[in-house]
Design a protein around this ligand. Sequence first.
Ligand code: ADQ
Length: 497
Amino acid sequence: MNPSESRWTPERLEEHVRLILRDRPFLVIANREPYSHIRERGKIKCVTPASGLVTAMEPILRACGGIWVASASGDADKETADEKGRLRVPPDAPAYTLKRVWLTEQEEEGYYYGFSNEGLWPLCHIAHTRPVFRSEDWEQYKKVNQKFADAALEELAGSEEPFVLIQDYHYALLPRMIREKRPDAKIALFWHIPWPSPEAFGICPWGREILHGILGADLLGFHIQFYCNNFLDTADHLLEFRIDLEQFAVDQGGHRTRVKPFPIGIAPSRGMTDGPQAASARQEVMKKLGIQADHLGVGVDRIDYTKGISEKFRAIARFLEKYPEYREKIVFVELAAPSRTSIKSYSDLGTELEAEVERINQRFQTKSWKPILFLKEQHSREQIDLFYRAADFCLITSLHDGMNLVAKEFVGIRSDEQGVLILSRFAGASRELKDALLVNPYDIEEVAEAIRDAVTMKPAEQKRRMVRMRVILDEHNVYRWAADITSELSRARPDTG
Ligand code: ADQ
């Protein structure tokens, strides 16, 4: 079979899912909605957040006319849905149902910002930020999980053997809540972030309840095998259930949860063949920013302490210190999206990073040159892609990261087979993208050397590495990720006893 025949496409995924489901319903639960409605200058506008998850889930939902349950987020969401929060989407070619769930401010504060993002997020990422566990947040987390379970159960009424795919750490309790009412459902939970060691997880006051909730699923997915192993170790330490290390499963009486890696990918060939190629992209970027440089580096991150943005800036400073011949010749552009800003430590981090860039720039800058441009805003897909195309290297220094899609986006777009990826070995993506320059982001010296290796790497060597990484991305795109999860879920055995 040639590669194009084996490649997964939305059509192939749709076909695949149709065969598996045979008219059984498919329900996705995710915090983010695929379509939201906002008011703009007196008019209602439908907006689609650019998201890999929407790309992967839509073909499945299209294939079976499924249901997506999510938190309402737009200020015109209410009047565009029916009294049960339902509407048909995509608006221009309705194919499946979006069911919106409304949260109160207090619920959102406790469940989303509190327990999910100040508790579970730092608990699962080893980035030396202490998790905060407040019992009020935990109460809201339980309440909101129940609210989503009720919304899902309402939609599943009257169906038989439905497939339920739950996304992420916001819904750890949901698999058990749904299973208790619908033992015939096949339930999967995909956990997009790492899973820590049993000792690290053990500090969570409600660790056992969380594990018990998760283990209501038939299938638990992580990006890499290492997180699966950590999860099984944790379950072994904290619970009494039988762990099957040969099959990677947890057995609880008659119910079995399989734990498997499903490395997420990106959509294939998004803009890979069209749009300006590297040289003209470079010109466009330079003109836009009013800069001149022989070497251009790029970083693309949400402003989050797990992404190691401060370590990245320190490594650039160290590079300029060690190799002064690159002063005035290299510019590093960091596209940094503000994120979770109602949590104080996140908004403080944005300000601290600005100050750090200012310090480094003041130290090295000349009349006509600054080494780092910190562009703190949400950029459009087109803008980010332009920077990926224009850059000589992309620098990713996550202190810990489930996968890191930026790494894959950069490689995916480089149809010119040039450019160097410098990638933290603590990002899940480092398991697949072995031809990146892999670094320990805590080792500033090593990252500075990797920058030097990137800017001196011969085009033939860049090509050799890029081609190999692109083959891997091509084979493991996001449609295959969705297909693998659904196939595996279809093999789940009904509970016994
Ligand atoms: P994130 O932590 O959000 O996702 P990542 O995988 O890097 O991390 O995805 C970030 C996305 O946001 C990318 O598509 C990127 O292009 C975009 N982005 C970043 N900065 C931006 C900016 N300034 N403007 C606009 N867009 C920007 C979580 C996990 C990851 C895992 C994903 C998917 O933490 O490890 O890879 O889910 O499972």
